[in-house]
Design a protein around this ligand. Structure first.
Ligand code: FES
Ligand SMILES: [Fe+2]
Length: 381
């Protein structure tokens, strides 16, 4: 982040804190509740958002060497992501081109070849068909070049592997363009030089947007997180800025007040705030002083979401004494998210009661409205 911007963001929050004011939108918003539980609405989101937008699949270190592969499901479709012998990462549908069996089971591994468990058609890790049992008799004149694995657009950018199921240009995915003005800031986070210290994933019974929204306001910290992170942050103070569909929020830590007594050259945004990048549609990076909590949500149904939390620590910093520090940070995020899940599942149940036809986003919850507008803008009218 450039220095002028860093000081401007800190100035804004110091001024609000001193004036005992929250960061306010013009007006409060009353969205309808249907978008959280209606299955048709969910299917529209999956089709028009999750199958069209670039979405982060993996951290680059998860496919560290040639031949490394992972299978996963994104937007309801089975994918196989592989690092080829040429070092490039490719994504394919994990679907055999003979009669459609799931080509690779077992989650992850390292392989030069993928052989279908049904009749053993075989592909190399660049997706080329290299073996067909009884080919000459069963499939005379088969042109192998027409039966490569079906490719999905994929790119490696800022330390992550991104996939986009839309479009026909597997190699032409431009993530810098997708991120727009926030691309440079993300590059500067240095995730390329980080490792996944720990990663956990859960399925919970609530709409995916509820989890993203949980990070977009600090109004609930003092109440819902009183036993975990509340003492670390100021009550109900966070600012935000939109970059197209993406949002950068700044969450001031409880010692922000010290800045007024410090020389401006010692003002450091990562020491006095947490930055939260919400990358449309389903990624959040909570950037802390020396590490990043990466939250990735995968919508499974209107009322069901898979969430993966990974703590990214500097790859070079593997001093044994630091392991306890990363572990306690990871565990604190797990406990905090657990508090959010319990509330999210309660909210989801409440939708079905019909008690509320609308929700209320207060003037200090403006980032929720912006995020939901970005989703709506991608859906047919
Ligand atoms: S379905 Fe895969 S080889 Fe037949
Ligand atoms: Fe929360």
């Amino acid at each position: 982040m450039n220095r002028n911007l860093e000081l401007k963001l800190l100035d804004e929050l110091v001024e609000l804190k001193e004036g005992k004011q929250p960061y306010l939108d013009e007006a409060w918003v009353k969205p309808t509740t249907g978008k959280y539980f209606d299955e048709d609405h969910f299917e529209a989101e999956r089709k028009h958002v999750f199958r069209r937008q670039p979405v982060i699949a993996l951290h680059a270190s998860e496919l560290g060497e040639a031949g490394a592969y992972r299978t996963l499901e994104m937007a309801g479709r089975p994918l196989l992501i592989v690092r080829g012998e040429d070092g490039a990462v490719r994504a394919f549908y994990n679907v055999c081109r003979h009669r459609g069996a799931q080509l690779v089971g077992g989650g992850q591994g390292c392989s030069k070849r993928f052989s279908c468990p049904y009749h053993a058609w075989t592909w190399n890790n660049q997706g080329d068909l290299v073996g067909v049992p009884h080919e000459k008799t069963g499939f005379p004149d088969l042109r192998r070049e027409e039966f490569g694995l079906t490719q999905v657009a994929c790119a490696e950018y800022a330390g992550f592997i991104w996939v986009c199921q839309h479009g026909s240009a597997p190699r032409g995915l431009n993530i810098a363009e997708h991120l727009g003005p926030i691309a440079t800031e993300l590059k500067l986070l240095g995730a390329e030089g980080m490792r996944i210290f720990a990663s956990d994933s859960w399925e919970f019974n609530a709409n995916w947007k509820l989890i993203i929204e949980g990070g977009l306001e600090a109004y609930h910290f003092r109440v819902a997180h009183r036993d975990t992170i509340a003492p670390l942050f100021l009550d109900n103070l966070s600012s935000y800025q939109c970059f197209g569909n993406h949002i950068r929020s700044v969450l001031p830590r409880s010692h922000l007040g010290e800045l007024s007594g410090k020389s401006r050259q010692d003002w450091d945004i990562r020491a006095y705030t947490n930055l939260l990048y919400t990358l449309f549609p389903s990624t959040q990076f909570l950037v802390q002083e020396d590490h990043i909590a990466w939250i990735q949500v995968e919508p499974l149904a209107a009322g069901k979401t898979r969430l993966r939390l990974s703590t990214l620590a500097p790859a070079a910093d593997q001093v044994p004494a630091r392991e306890n520090y990363w572990r306690s940070n990871h565990n604190l995020t797990v406990r905090t998210l657990g508090e959010d899940f319990a509330i999210g599942e309660g909210i989801q149940k409440g939708f079905c009661s019909g008690a509320n036809s609308h929700l209320n986003y207060g003037r200090f919850e403006g980032a929720l409205a912006r995020f939901n507008e970005a989703v709506s803008n991608h859906l047919p009218a």
